[in-house]
Design a protein around this ligand. Structure first.
Ligand SMILES: C[S@@+](CC[C@H](N)C(=O)[O-])C[C@H]1O[C@@H](n2cnc3c(N)ncnc32)[C@H](O)[C@@H]1O
Length: 968
């Protein structure tokens, strides 16, 4: 790069340098070939260009690659690559540039001589940035070249910044100026205002003189291309500026930031040392270290590192900084074809420029795009943090707290009680979640193994007090739990889809986002007087877990959210065994005093099932035994899915033995209503096309009151709604799905199965089993906006599975412990294994009580139109099922079932069995169903004694009904 006078005498500089190295250092040429250059990529675009056209071309620069390979850089005005670059690189022996380099070489030599003359006159070999480097220092020469290039470019960019030549440059540096301001602020803080002001002045003076030098040099050369070059620079800058801003948006470091930070760094380093930039260059050169000025003393703690030429981040031979346009004093020529074949992109190996004080960079723009400069650490961190926050919020909708990134950050805590926010980011997709708590007296952790791996950071603050301690903790992100937490629930029940999910795995175009927040309040009480963790036998922790579930379901055009909150108390002793508190109203004193295991299993079941329910957006499920020691229903495990024969929670995961039925029918076979669709009406409007279309395109209220066409319904009798694009499912005669429903009023008009509140309308005990055709995933309507989708929504009523009174012998039952249930409330679907009706019929006695027949359509009973080959099925909940399999029989039930076609086609005859409230049910009342509802007792006239009427073999069921038919 830098040569004395003799070096310029007609030799190629690169060759000369090598010769000198050989002589001085005694090393052979091959020894110096430290870099093996790879073959540059060849550009293949000649087919796309006009080979007949005269293309302007001029040599604008030269580079040395591999120490001795000379490449000329040519510019082709009027031609550019798709990335905006216009320059090509040609080996000096490339015939396509033969004869074109002479003028450029002459001009370059003249310029260099001028500069050297200046240096000699000023007797300061650093005045123009020209430094004589030892030739035999092969290893660090690249570092120096890059450092020099960096300084040269820095000077140019600083000059531009000061001159504010055009708005594009301003845009590019806006962010940099912000950083610069910040740097100044820090400087003032570190060294005081006065010192900072002095430093700035010195720096600006220095810079001005550099600028002036640059101008002089241009003028000396009489380079009348200067203005044109400046324009080109602006264009190029603007391009890069755009690139930079897009990177900023995507949180990648931007080129412009780096440039500005560099400048600020220079400012810092020159000030305290009292040296000018030129002097600093000397100092750093003398140390043979990269010449990026190093911040010193206390100022160094500012930690905004200059991007500098880092060999690990900048590819050999290229600066990470944007290439300044070439200094143009080369000849302008015309050539027939732009870069003649073979064309090379820029050399990829180490290179240097024959530049002087007014440096030119030869890196094509593509280099800039692919090699962003190293960012300022602070800027990068903040970008990353922002990105993480965005991601976390998006995936889990858990607001990111600033402290969540640091496991050591302390949280505010109150003595006596502490609020703990527990976010579970894995809920939407993972199979389980966890609860964890830690206090000064004893750590507690209940978690599932799958979630443990996704817990990110945990902040724990303990405030030890005598006899009472509080703890606060928070989770977010995705790291592992700290060692001191002890998992006591290794696995949880596997879960997946929604509570009322289809029995068949059908393709969904719905997307569901579930958000769940656990608020845990932990109060620790210990008899110990030390605040350290203790093994005190009297210590107890009570944790109140409030589970808030929220679900957003997007389906077609809309989305709907619902939320539910449940809470439970969880007590643990010092061994982390979960216990119900003695004062828990749900626990009655145990006669034998052995309560620990009983209670802990019940609690674990509660946690696991509630967690499972929450996963699908359903309300809590609690297991309670207030009557004896049984630790929960038999066969109910925590990881029941993996243990054959054990009871599996199926609200989320329907099982079937009939694998072939899992094949989903073709989507085209589904009824699909277009209700709510604003466009894209490619759906089958079925019998209501004419009315529907009229509605969509200018229909009026009176059109509805006096319906035309085949719908024939006066729908106001059904809902009173004026259909809109959003709620048109309210009008069953207009909804393509309900058009085939058998639900009609006395006048024969189609009517909806549900009220606007989502209550099932047909609650008369004398009603036969009703089939409802709900809208499905192929409809345009959405889950929560559609009034014809109720059974497919997650359960909103919390349920309690409790041990019934011993003398009644009904085992475990279900009650609504937390709230009253309104008549018509839809509670959930019966789940289990799908079996053929024939198989079900073979089950005898008690086994049969766990099997519900899917009485969608019975070919034996149906009219001539029904398919005689129609299969009949039943749901067997002996081995698996959901909470509904605990529903006991009563001859006077408060629940009943209807069938709903949700996710199958009616012809499959696999509807869902849906439980609803026949009457208002008071909180705490057991919910029951009539096992024989579909099979009324034969009427034998007026029996004198009910016992005579009851079918043989049936047992009295303690239902209290006068005419109890028994549960089996
Ligand atoms: C579907 S399960 C109900 C849940 C069952 N109680 C349990 O603990 O698993 C049906 C079984 O519950 C019992 N059961 C249901 N209703 C009953 C009633 N009214 N009287 C006595 N036992 C009943 C019978 O043992 C029957 O086989």
């Amino acid at each position: 790069m830098l040569y004395d006078d003799e070096d310029l005498g007609g030799h190629e500089p690169g060759q000369q340098q090598n010769q000198k190295t050989d002589e001085d250092g005694g090393s052979s040429e091959s020894d110096n070939n430290l870099y093996e250059s790879s073959e540059p990529e060849r550009e293949d675009w000649q087919d796309e260009i006009d080979t007949e056209k005269d293309w302007d071309m001029k040599i604008v620069g030269v580079e040395v690659a591999n120490g001795d390979e000379i490449y000329y850089e040519a510019r082709w005005p009027g031609w550019s690559r798709s990335d905006g670059t216009t320059n090509t690189y040609h080996h000096k022996n490339d015939p396509s540039i033969k004869g074109l380099t002479r003028d450029w070489d002459n001009a370059r030599q003249k310029k260099i001589k001028n500069l050297i003359g200046k240096v000699k006159k000023s007797n300061d070999d650093t005045a123009l940035g020209i430094e004589i480097w030892p030739d035999n220092d092969v290893m660090s020469s690249n570092t120096r070249y890059r450092a020099q290039l960096f300084d040269e470019k820095l000077a140019i960019t600083e000059g531009r910044l000061n001159r504010k030549r055009n708005s594009a440059v301003r845009v590019e540096y806006d962010l940099g100026e912000g950083l610069e301001r910040e740097m100044l602020r820090l400087l003032k803080k570190e060294i005081g205002e006065e010192e900072t002001r002095k430093m700035l002045k010195e720096y600006n003076d220095d810079e001005e003189s550099d600028d002036d030098d640059g101008k002089d040099t241009d003028n000396e050369d009489g380079d009348n291309d200067n203005d044109e070059n400046q324009d080109d620079r602006s264009v190029q800058r603007r391009t890069r500026s755009e690139t930079a801003s897009s990177r900023t948006r995507s949180t990648a470091p931007s080129t412009s930031n780096s440039a500005s930070i560099s400048r600020a760094q220079s400012t810092i380093s020159s000030g305290p040392s009292g040296l000018s930039r030129s002097q600093l260059k000397n100092v750093s050169n003398a140390r043979s270290i990269p010449r990026i000025p190093q911040a010193q003393g206390s100022v160094g703690q500012v930690k905004l590192s200059a991007p500098g030429p880092s060999s690990s981040l900048i590819p050999p031979g290229r600066s990470a900084f944007s290439p300044a346009p070439p200094s143009s004093f080369g000849p302008q020529v015309s050539r027939k074809i732009p870069p003649a074949s073979p064309l090379h992109s820029s050399p990829t190996t180490s290179s240097s420029t024959f530049s002087t004080g007014l440096a030119s960079s030869r890196s094509p723009a593509s280099t800039v795009h692919t090699t962003p400069p190293p960012p300022s650490s602070s800027l990068f961190l903040s970008s990353t943090s922002h990105s993480a926050s965005t991601t976390r919020t998006r995936t889990s909708s858990i607001s990111k707290k600033p402290w969540a990134t640091s496991p050591m950050t302390k949280l505010p805590t109150k003595i006596g009680s502490s609020a703990v926010s527990f976010s579970n980011p894995s809920l939407p997709t993972s199979s389980s979640s966890s609860f964890s708590s830690s206090s000064s007296s004893k750590p507690l952790s209940i978690m599932s193994s799958t979630f443990a791996s996704s817990l990110s950071s945990m902040s724990t603050v303990s405030t030890p007090t005598v006899g009472r301690s509080t703890s606060a903790l928070s989770f977010s992100g995705s790291e592992t739990l700290p060692k001191h937490t002890i998992p006591i629930l290794a696995d949880s029940i596997p879960l997946g889809a929604a509570e009322s999910r289809p029995m068949k795995a059908l393709p969904h175009r719905k997307t569901q986002t579930q958000i769940q927040t656990f608020n845990i309040e932990t109060t620790s009480t210990t008899a110990s007087t030390t605040s350290k963790p203790t093994l005190s036998h009297n210590s107890r922790t009570r944790t109140k877990i409030t589970t808030t579930s929220a679900e957003t379901v997007r389906d077609g055009l809309g989305s709907k959210s619902r939320a539910s909150t449940d809470s439970m108390n969880l007590d643990t002793n010092q061994n982390n065994v979960v216990e119900l508190g003695e004062d828990d109203p749900r626990v009655k004193p145990n006669r034998k005093g052995k309560t620990r295991e009983t209670r802990s299993r019940l609690q674990l079941l509660s946690l696991a099932w509630t967690e499972a329910a929450a996963q699908v957006g359903a309300a809590s499920i609690t297991f309670v035994n207030e009557v004896d020691e049984e630790d929960g229903p038999p066969g109910v495990g925590l990881d029941t899915d993996s243990r054959e024969g054990e009871f599996t929670y199926l609200e989320a995961k329907p099982k079937t033995h009939l694998q072939e039925l899992l094949e989903p029918p073709d989507p085209g076979m589904f009824l699909q209503c277009g209700c709510g669709a604003e466009s894209d009406r490619d759906v089958d409007m079925d019998i209501n096309d004419d009315i529907y279309i009229e509605m969509l395109f200018g229909g009026t209220e009176s059109d509805l009151d006096t319906p035309k066409g085949k719908g024939k319904a006066k729908e106001t009798s059904d809902s009173g709604h004026i259909p809109t694009l959003q709620n048109v499912c309210d009008v069953s005669s207009l909804c393509g799905c309900q058009g085939i429903s058998e639900l009609v009023d006395k006048a024969g008009n189609h009517i909806r199965a549900y009220t606007d509140e989502g209550l099932f309308k047909f609650t008369s005990r004398s009603n036969p089993r009703i089939e409802v055709i709900e809208c499905n995933q192929y409809c345009k309507c959405t889950l929560y906006e559609c009034s014809n989708r109720v059974a497919q929504r997650p359960r909103s009523i919390p349920v309690e599975i409790f041990k019934t009174e011993k003398n009644q012998g009904r085992g475990w039952g279900v009650r609504c412990a937390e709230q009253n249930v309104k008549r018509g409330t839809v509670l959930g679907c019966y789940t289990g294994e799908l079996i053929h009706r024939q198989t079900a019929n073979e089950l005898e006695g008690e086994y049969g009580t766990y099997v519900f027949d899917l009485d969608g359509r019975d070919p034996a009973e149906d009219d001539e139109e029904s398919d005689p080959n129609l299969q009949m099925y039943s749901i067997d909940a002996r081995k698996c099922g959901n909470w509904t399999r605990f529903l006991n029989h009563s001859c006077l039930p408060n629940l009943a079932v209807y069938t709903a076609v949700l996710d199958t086609i009616p012809e499959q005859n696999i509807p869902r069995l849906v439980f609803f409230a026949l009457e208002d049910i008071l909180k705490g009342t057991e919910m029951t169903v009539d096992y024989h509802a579909g099979n009324p007792l034969p009427k034998k006239g007026k029996a004198r004694k009910w016992e005579e009427m009851r079918p043989q073999g049936t047992s009295e069921c303690f239902c209290g009904a006068k005419r109890c038919r028994g549960w089996v």
